[in-house]
Write a protein of this length. Structure first.
Lengths: 347, 676, 431
């Protein structure tokens, strides 16, 4: 819309301040009621309205300097306190969960945080009396396979949409965009029936889930495409001149340059199955062998009676699940950042 | 960082508008290119021809950035402008038609007001960005006015002003220089006038384009049919055989691979149609007619079931068959086309591509087909097909009673849609209110997380803050614990009889428990606050990365100029952040509309809002957003899939149109055209 | 010529799968099974999975037909089994346990196989008449009674509520209100009237005042008619009585016995026998168990104790059932019925009573089950037999009670709620 603001093509030309043409200088001089907007020199830095610098004597400057420093120190102290409070607020529930997992005197929800009796009972119960090892194995398997295939799919789609121009490209992008908006679990019942026909539900649910996770993963191409867009096309062209095929360019040139986004995609793919409980419990259809950790742990407490029996075990399971993910995340967080922002820069 | 810079530089060259005739200087020297007519309108009364002096290097980067920011802001402003108009319309409609449901109107007004509050800073940012952009262009482009070129007339000041007033009164567009002569209010007036005058034209163009596209589509189908006919008439006998046995033309021209693939596809298709496709398709119109039969076995004294029709499967596999037929028609057309091309090639005596070359090109020029095949197949089968299926369910009577297996369901036209649109019914009332809360939730959740996350990142990044890594690690750790555990714990913590209330009472701060989840308004606030708790670590992580990329000298020079922290934030940090994270902001808005986890795990949509009644046995609550509502309806006692499908379809329509518009206006998509 | 041959070859090739398909369609469907061994899935309630496995094992060893069942026993709570089964009808378990209020829905959704004469005779001869009556839809028995204990009563903390006060709601509320623990916290009264699933509990107030709601079904579980007297003077009194609790500042909408150990603990929790163990752990010797109390309402509607008339709250009392999914193989169907008979016979019910405290529906087993205080309290309660209601009815009742909580409580507004409710029932019947 804005492009049609003025007649003809949009072109904003301004006389440069140093080399103002004669006519315009005259016009400016004749200016009385109309204004010509002020013309600052440099971009962002100078948009800050320049306050008149203190023209006082030396002392004044010094005084101000000192007060500035104390001010800064006070500010820093405040920030430290705020951060400390924040950390407490953020970490408290997690400490609470850890405490719950070590509580032995009862197994239900209680009204205090510190356990009265400490011990590893809940962890023992978790591994001995529930199917948790199986759930953990399921999830790990799903995570690994999903990570690998999803990365392949996403990178493929992203690379094609970034580098190739073909008929139907725009259509494909719009299709993915629009269909990505549909509330996903409405299709659960259909996917269940379908997978049931292939015997990939109930105890086999993890395999069915992998198919479901992976099949549509091409739709999450945005971030990787944004990253590929930042890699200069002239690199491709140079390689083409040297006789490389498109496949070689992708595998030998682009992928090595895209380490952050590859790791980001893998990380995201791996973490997906750990938190999904709606789809996982629906597909497993009460078969405890087919749960992932989220569905399994949720199932442990799905009625009041079970919650009374299993709440602390549930928390222990949460701690066990959180550990590997925390480590992974802490190790790879710089790739996470690079992935998100790398994509975001180019949208 | 440095790598990215070089990358940007490299692309930058391509991004310059083509109307600048440019030559590059590899050393980054200033070059001059004489462009007689490409910038200035020849009829411009200033009558100038321009010479641009361009520095390719500095220009490209800055300009791209600024243009992106500008367009992004424009897009956001447009949306923010449209929402209150819609809300006010809705309010008016409600007050006129259904004054009983004044609270729908009120929530509409609240959305409008909230929206306007958000609009103000955005509009200001837009104005600033516009200024920057001009500034930028002016700074990097030096002009020389060559008197005597063009029509060369010189007007007196009076004449110029007279012409401006005349143009304004006639609603004619001004030229840039004329515009510059307006004072600030007149500029604003002019600008808004042009904006609103532009809207019909904009929509007009969109519709026209849509119409043209439809027309082109129709024409292309007609052309295809004509071509098929012509090929049959004029083609060789091999081509004609290929009409019935796909791939024969290719095989007879020694394109074994293509031929075999075509033929295999046909065999599979025919086999599928005979084996099951025809069966499903035949029942698609009725979704089955014979329910199960109960057969008595007198010897064992038991009843057994014989299932005959299954509506669900008929709908599913019928749809699959239709998809398959479409794919077949497309392939068949491809086959015919290739035969024609092969005929033409052999007629000119050239050699046709061999199978080996076909395979090679799949790794090279046709590499995108290789890469896309599996992902696109997956998307079509597991996203497109299910969604089309679910939309179709909205036109059937599918619910827990008519599950398709034990009791058949059938087509029922628009009945379900009529239930939602019966204005004033409890269902439509609930729909309106839940939609309003969903939008408020999405806006507040997105922006609160965004700004607070950035704020925290800035605090941690501030000079003089110690153990930065520690603060960051603590926050990041919270990401790793699955939400279904942490949110459940938090939900227990704030229960009516939970630890928080107990502690507060023990300290004597309150006499009766605060009903965090029992009071609708409080529950909404709590959900938003806890969502901040969930979201800040992510945003902190993302923004930290970006903040560290902002060149430090910008802040230094700003400090020298005496800008305080707030000014620095507004003038340096904010524009940079908005520019970089704009697309992220939009996608996270959409994902917040569909944010199931936080709401469901914290409140399950409660506290129950009984004034709305129930839908499908499910009573929606005050914090219910559309997505949890859908979940409740589908998993509730009556499992009303049909209603869920209707509501899902409606959400889908609204959200997808909105997002299509947004993404078309958005810089990333627009700029793609600069590449192409 | 070569090419024409090729075309011909392709033609035949293409027809081949079609022909095969036709042949396959005609001959398909034959299932080859070893008649004596079956793989089945069984859904049972929490805590009985291992026991059920042992029992099935015993059945395999002892049955006369020499049938072996390889059972996959899964835990699915009785309240959600029918819902799960009806959302995925093909993959429902062969044998599943469910609560009585779901029976009509299960029959209507064709989730239950009609029982043969052997099973019906076994049920009528050995089970409590009330649970047999409850198993009937349109005159025929449709499922095996597994327990007869599905009701609710009152768990209370003896330190807070005096034993002589447990007969009267007003006294209990006064006791709870007056108590202040040494931890500085008050105590709550937990009864789920307004939360999800609250209508099962809130109905007790209506039955207390003599209201009735009965729905009749046909043989297929369709609701054909109803008589409902909630919208009456009696219903108004029930709502007024309920408001005492709803407006009680320490009222907590929950039926979980874990409230005894919550941050602000409850002194009274209305729940069923499934909460007994947890309640015992939380309160130990201080745990008291009693039938539901009665409440008083006078002519002004705000009666204290001994003013106006007293109304005894009545719990629903019903069974949990074991049902069999319709089968396509008659032998399998017949053997599954024998297995279900076995799993609900006297011995198995006794074992269940010993292991998890479920009240038997088998007469002989029930007579022996006298040691559980929870079951005794339930048996002492004033009860209403659990009837069959359309799923919508529960939600309508929930809506009414939810609105009663926020209403001012005068006669006019409560009457308005009642008439809205009865209109909603009319609509429900129509649809």
């Amino acid at each position: 819309m804005t492009d049609e603001l003025f007649e003809g093509e949009v072109f904003e030309f301004y006389p440069a301040s140093e080399e103002k043409p004669q006519e315009i200088v005259e016009m400016e001089a004749a200016e009385d009621t109309f204004e010509i907007s002020a013309m600052p020199e440099v971009a962002i830095a100078d948009m800050v309205p320049a306050e008149e610098p203190e023209e006082n004597a030396e002392e004044g400057k010094k005084k101000k300097h000192i007060s500035q420093r104390t001010k800064n120190r006070i500010l820093n102290t405040i920030i430290h306190i705020v951060l400390a409070v924040m950390c407490v607020v953020w970490i408290l529930p997690f400490i609470g969960i850890v405490f719950e997992s070590f509580r032995c005197e009862s197994t239900g929800v209680v009204g205090y945080i510190l356990p009265k009796q400490w011990g590893f009972d809940n962890y023992v119960r978790l591994f001995k009396e529930t199917n948790f090892p199986r759930w953990f194995g399921n999830t790990l398997m799903m995570g690994v396979v999903t990570a690998v295939v999803q990365t392949a799919f996403q990178l493929a789609v992203a690379y094609v949409l970034s580098r190739f121009r073909f008929k139907g490209r725009k259509f494909l992008m719009n299709l993915i965009l629009v269909f990505g908006m549909f509330p996903g679990f409405l299709t659960l019942i259909l996917l269940y029936t379908w997978m049931y026909d292939w015997h990939l539900t109930d105890a086999n649910a993890p395999y069915g889930l992998i198919i479901i996770y992976v099949a549509s993963s091409g739709m999450g191409y945005y971030i990787a495409k944004g990253f590929f867009d930042t890699i200069s096309k002239s690199l491709d062209e140079a390689a083409r001149v040297d006789g490389a095929t498109r496949m070689q360019i992708f595998f030998k040139l682009i992928l090595p340059l895209s380490k952050p986004i590859v790791i980001y995609t893998i990380l995201m793919g791996f973490m997906g199955p750990w938190g999904d409980f709606v789809m996982a419990s629906f597909m497993a259809n009460n078969a405890a062998d087919g749960y992932n950790v989220a569905a399994g742990l949720q199932w442990l407490i799905d009625t009041p009676a079970k919650k009374n029996m299993n709440y602390t075990t549930f928390c222990a399971g949460g701690v066990v699940v959180a550990l590997p993910i925390t480590v992974l995340f802490l190790l790879l967080q710089k790739y996470y950042v690079a992935g998100v922002t790398g994509g975001a820069v180019k949208g | 960082m440095s790598k990215r810079e070089t990358m940007e530089l490299a692309i930058g060259g391509e991004m310059l508008p083509m109307r600048f005739l440019m030559k590059y200087s590899y050393q980054g020297e200033k070059y001059a290119a004489f462009t007689p007519a490409c910038g200035a309108d020849p009829s411009d009364e200033e009558g100038v021809a321009l010479t641009h002096i361009v520095s390719a290097e500095t220009k490209s980067k800055e300009r791209t950035r600024q243009r992106l920011l500008f367009r992004l802001l424009t897009a956001v402003t447009c949306i923010l402008c449209i929402i209150p108009v819609l809300c006010v319309l809705l309010t008016a409609l409600v007050f006129v038609l259904q004054p009983d449901f004044w609270w729908v109107g009120m929530s509409g007004m609240i959305v409008a007001v909230a929206d306007l509050i958000v609009l103000i800073p955005v509009a200001r940012a837009l104005a600033r960005a516009r200024k920057d952009r001009k500034e930028q262009k002016r700074r990097e482009t030096a002009y020389e006015v060559l008197p005597g070129e063009g029509n060369g007339e010189v007007f007196s000041e009076f004449e110029i002003r007279y012409r401006i007033i005349e143009k304004l009164s006639k609603n004619e567009p001004l030229s840039m220089l004329e515009y510059q002569r307006l004072n600030i209010w007149r500029k604003f007036l002019y600008r808004s006038k042009m904006f609103f005058r532009g809207i019909p034209g904009w929509f007009g163009r969109k519709f026209k384009r849509l119409g043209l596209r439809l027309k082109a589509f129709g024409i292309s189908i007609w052309e295809n049919i004509k071509d098929i006919g012509a090929t049959f008439k004029n083609g060789s006998w091999k081509t004609r055989v290929s009409y019935f046995f796909m791939g024969f033309g290719n095989l007879s021209h020694r394109q074994v691979l293509r031929g075999v693939l075509f033929f295999l596809f046909e065999v599979i298709f025919v086999g599928f149609m005979v084996l099951s496709g025809g069966h499903w398709l035949g029942k698609f119109g009725t979704l089955g007619t014979t329910r199960l039969e109960k057969v008595y076995d007198p010897v064992l004294d038991v009843w057994v079931d014989k299932h005959i029709d299954n509506s669900f499967k008929i709908l599913l596999y019928g749809l699959l068959t239709i998809f398959f037929i479409a794919a077949f028609v497309y392939t068949w057309r491809l086959n015919v086309k290739q035969c024609r091309i092969l005929d033409e090639i052999t007629a000119t005596g050239k050699r046709v591509k061999s199978s080996k070359e076909d395979i090679q090109s799949l790794a090279d020029n046709e590499f995108h087909k290789t890469l896309l095949s599996l992902p696109v197949l997956g998307i079509v089968m597991f996203t497109v097909l299910p969604i089309v299926f679910m939309i179709l369910v909205g036109f059937t009577s599918y619910d827990f009673e008519n599950d398709g297996y034990n009791n058949l369901f059938t087509w029922c036209g628009l009945d379900n849609f009529n239930r939602v649109f019966a204005f004033g019914s409890k269902l439509s009332l609930a729909f309106g209110e839940i939609l309003a809360w969903t939008l408020i939730w999405a806006v507040v959740a997105t922006f609160s997380n965004y700004f607070l996350g950035m704020f925290v990142a800035m605090m941690i990044n501030k000079k003089g803050i110690k153990i930065k890594k520690f603060w960051r690690t603590i926050l990041v750790m919270t990401i790793a614990i699955p939400q279904f555990i942490s949110l459940l714990y938090v939900s227990n913590l704030f229960a009516d009889n939970g630890i928080v209330n107990a502690t507060l009472m023990r300290w004597g701060w309150i006499d009766s428990p605060i009903r965090f989840w029992g009071n609708g308004t409080l529950a909404k606030v709590m959900v938003l606050v806890i969502n901040i708790w969930v979201g800040i670590p992510y945003l902190m992580l993302i923004t930290t990365g970006i903040l560290m990329n902002i060149p430090a000298d910008l802040y230094e020079s700003a400090q020298i100029d005496g800008a305080n922290a707030f000014q620095q934030f507004c003038k340096i940090t904010m524009p940079y952040m908005l520019f970089v994270t704009g697309p992220y902001l939009l996608t996270s808005f959409v994902s917040n509309i569909n944010n199931f986890n936080v709401i469901y795990l914290l409140t399950q949509g409660g506290p129950e809002h009984t004034a709305w009644g129930e839908v499908g046995g499910y009573i929606a609550g005050d914090t219910t957003i559309l997505i949890t509502w859908l979940f409740g309806i589908t998993t509730g006692p009556e499992a009303s899939y049909k209603m869920a499908s209707v509501i899902g379809t409606l959400i889908f329509l609204v959200v997808s149109i909105l997002s299509l518009v947004v993404f078309t206006i958005m810089p990333s998509t627009r700029r793609e055209e600069d590449y192409a | 010529m070569k090419k024409q041959l090729l075309a011909l070859g392709m033609g035949t090739l293409m027809l081949l799968p079609a022909l095969c398909g036709v042949a396959a369609c005609g001959g398909g469907g034959g299932e080859n099974k070893d008649g004596k061994s079956y793989n089945i899935t069984v859904w049972v309630g929490e805590g009985t999975d291992t026991l059920t496995k042992q029992q099935i094992q015993r059945f395999n060893e002892t049955n006369e037909d020499g049938v072996t069942f390889n059972a996959n026993v899964l835990i699915v709570s009785e309240s959600k089994a029918v819902g799960d089964a009806s959302s995925k009808p093909q993959s429902c378990a062969d044998i599943f346990c469910f609560a009585q209020d779901q029976l009509a829905r299960a029959v209507h959704g064709n989730l239950l196989m009609p029982l043969n004469t052997g099973s019906v005779n076994a049920i009528t001869s050995s089970c409590d008449e009330r649970s047999v009556e409850g198993a009937k839809i349109g005159g025929s028995i449709r499922a095996f009674p597994l327990t007869y204990d599905n009701g609710y009563f009152m768990y209370y903390d003896k330190r807070v509520v005096k034993e002589e006060h447990i007969g009267s709601l007003e006294d209990i509320l006064a006791d709870v209100d007056a108590y202040k623990g040494e931890d500085g916290l008050p105590r709550n009264f937990s009864m789920n009237l307004t939360d999800d699933g609250g209508s099962w509990y809130s109905a007790s107030f209506f039955y207390a005042t003599g209201c009735e709601s009965e729905w009749t079904t046909d043989d297929e579980g369709n609701f054909i008619d109803y008589s409902d007297t909630f919208n009456s003077e009696q219903g108004l009194i029930a709502l007024k009585g309920m408001q005492k609790l709803l407006k009680f500042p320490k009222y907590n909408a929950s039926a979980e016995v874990s409230d005894f150990s919550a941050g602000i603990p409850s002194a009274v929790v209305v729940s069923g026998i499934w909460g007994y163990n947890a309640a015992k752990t939380a309160l130990g010797d201080n745990l008291g168990i009693a039938p539901l109390p009665s409440f008083w309402v006078d002519a002004n509607g705000n009666g204290q104790k001994d003013e106006g008339e007293s109304y005894q709250l009545k719990t629903y009392l019903g069974s949990k059932f074991m049902g069999i999914k319709p089968q396509s193989d008659p032998y399998r169907a017949a053997y599954l019925q024998k297995l279900a008979q076995f799993l609900t016979n006297e011995q198995c019910q006794r074992e269940r009573y010993d292991a998890v405290g479920w009240g038997p529906s088998n007469k002989a087993a029930a007579e022996a089950a006298t040691t559980s205080p929870a079951l005794n309290a339930l048996n002492d309660s004033a009860t209403t037999p659990q009837g069959q209601y359309p799923t919508g009815w529960w939600a309508k009742l929930d809506v009414m009670v939810g609105n009663a909580k926020t209403s001012t409580g005068d006669d006019a507004s409560l009457n308005a709620l009642l008439s809205t409710y009865s209109n909603a029932l009319n609509e429900l019947k129509k649809s």
